[in-house]
Write a protein that binds this ligand. Structure first.
Ligand SMILES: Cc1ncc(COP(=O)(O)O)c(C=O)c1O
Length: 510
């Protein structure tokens, strides 16, 4: 019988072995004895010239393509996971999460409906249940509660959008049928001036408008000023607007600040406002006693954003929104269409905006079961200690100024040249030059931060491989680089080339 053509590969298993060997070698080389630069200096144009870009009429075969990957993709891949990659909030992925991700791709489930991925559906239920309990959300058995809901999405930006979508729908259900004009009032949302950009972005996408997002001032500890929040809500009510939601940060992107959650929860309860907590980064601190004390009150949230692909060491992509009430979530996202087939009460299509999706729960389940809570807790605790260690080294040196209290595992500090003749702006630019030099040295990769108007270097220790020796190495190297730049003086220094767009942005946005 003549076989029709398919896309199957005859030596699929051998190819998988080759791909697996490449991944394993890479993880080995990223590990504690890491060699080579953290970020490869190749430019876009250099790589574009190197990477095959023609779409061939006849295929080259997967072995040839794997050769290409080994030659011109893997060597240039940024070594996220290197013990001194402490940029943005981008974690070192746990190899067990990578295994789970590979299995997820291989099984290729479509859990929009139960039948498209029965085990995948249960896995999502299990993982969301673990996280809901970690945050202390009330369970179905608790009085008056229908039980927590949740969804697994691509990351924190999506997770915040999901939370705020349910907030809007719950407070203004008429918008679903009549559009925003049907509300007849102007909804207003509150977040501190340290809030992540995804909050404003969500407000724009939801049609609420960036002008109706109030940036509530934060204090010198970078936590929301709750008196200012109260005043802003009162002023908006007096002006006939419709306050409906407060977003609290539980680990702000720049400094890791945790807003006063109990006070904000009290205000939301008294004012009848939705309480959303952006714990995209800081949520993992709930594994530790110290973190639980810091995030006390988070169990009162209506929705929580938390990213397993940040401090839970899960490979990209994986974000989660948890909801206090599953019923509110389903009321927002219920998807009905004859082509979706028979309804099952567990269909995930009713829990979020999208239909087709990967079974991201698998990698979380795989990693959490592999390592257990205790091991994750120890690593999160060590990350917090390492950030404090960097802060202490800076505090003990006349050449460094600590820019913000360390609340979780982010430390921000500013190299201050000794001697006169430097303006604050020149010192700002020096921080950026310092980080460029660090990157060029291949020894580490950090991102800059603007903290209360002044630039500094920022370490985010969300890395299971970073050791005290790595922190020491970074501190010593940056001090040396700072001295070299300072020795050039403010005028001779490249830092004084004001035409260059070297100012760090207000917040490192990942
Ligand atoms: C507090 C906070 N919220 C949201 C986000 C957005 O997350 P993602 O980059 O996964 O979209 C970040 C990213 O760093 C963050 O720090």
């Amino acid at each position: 019988m003549q076989r029709h053509e398919t896309l199957d590969l005859e030596d699929f298993e051998a190819l998988l072995h080759r791909a697996a060997t490449m991944i394993a070698d890479r993880v080995e080389r990223i590990g504690p004895c890491a060699e080579g630069p953290v970020v490869h200096p190749a430019t876009f144009d250099e790589l574009a010239a190197l990477i095959p870009s023609d779409w061939p009429e006849a295929g080259a075969g997967a072995h040839a393509v794997l050769d290409d990957v080994a030659r011109c993709i893997e060597p240039y891949a940024t070594r996220i996971g290197h013990p001194r990659f402490l940029a943005w909030i981008t974690t070192s992925p746990a190899p067990a999460g990578t295994l789970g991700d590979i299995v997820c791709t291989g099984l290729n489930q479509a859990p929009l409906s139960f039948k498209g991925g029965p085990a995948a559906t249960v896995l999502e239920h299990v993982v969301l249940g673990w996280l809901a309990r970690l945050f202390g959300l009330p369970q179905a058995a608790d009085e008056g509660m229908d039980g927590p809901g949740g969804t697994i999405v691509s990351g924190g930006t999506m997770a915040n959008l999901m939370g705020l979508t349910v907030a809007r729908h719950t407070h203004f259900p008429e918008a679903a049928t009549k559009g925003l004009a049907g509300i007849g009032r102007t909804p207003v949302l509150y977040v501190s001036d340290q809030g992540h950009m995804s909050i404003e972005r969500s407000a724009v996408l939801l049609g609420l408008g960036a002008d109706n997002v109030r940036a509530i001032p934060s204090g010198t500890d970078n936590r929301m000023d709750v008196a200012a929040l109260r005043a802003a809500i009162a002023a908006d009510r007096a002006a006939g607007l419709a306050p409906f939601c407060v977003v609290a940060q539980a680990g702000s992107v720049t400094t890791g600040a945790v807003d006063p959650l109990p006070e904000i929860a009290d205000i939301c309860a008294a004012e009848g406002l939705w309480f959303h907590v952006d714990a995209a980064y800081g949520g993992a601190a709930m594994l530790t006693d110290e973190g639980r004390a810091l995030l006390a009150g988070i169990h009162r949230a209506d929705s929580i954003c938390v990213d397993p692909h940040k401090w839970f060491f899960i490979p990209l992509e994986c974000g989660v929104t948890l909801f206090r009430s599953k019923a509110q979530q389903i009321a927002t996202f219920r998807a009905r269409a004859s082509y979706l087939g028979e309804e099952n009460p567990h269909d995930l299509k009713n829990t979020t905006f999208i239909l087709s999706r990967a079974n991201r729960a698998l990698k979380v389940w795989f990693a959490f079961r592999t390592y257990g809570r205790e091991r994750l807790r120890r690593i999160v605790t060590r990350n917090m200690e390492l950030a404090r260690h960097f802060r202490d080294l800076c505090a003990a040196s006349p050449e460094w100024r600590v820019l913000a209290p360390v609340q979780l595992s982010i430390a921000c500090a500013r190299y201050v040249p000794q001697g006169d003749g430097w303006t604050e702006e020149q010192v700002d630019r020096l921080q950026v030059r310092l980080l460029e030099r660090l990157e060029a040295s291949g020894e580490g990769f950090l991102t800059p931060a603007m903290v209360r108007g002044r630039a500094g270097v920022r370490l985010c220790v969300a890395n299971h491989r970073t050791s005290e020796a790595d922190i020491r190495l970074l501190f010593d190297l940056m001090t040396t680089l700072g001295r070299e730049l300072a020795a050039q003086g403010p005028l001779a220094s490249p830092a004084s080339r004001t035409a260059q767009p070297t100012q760090p942005s207000q917040t490192p946005q990942v």
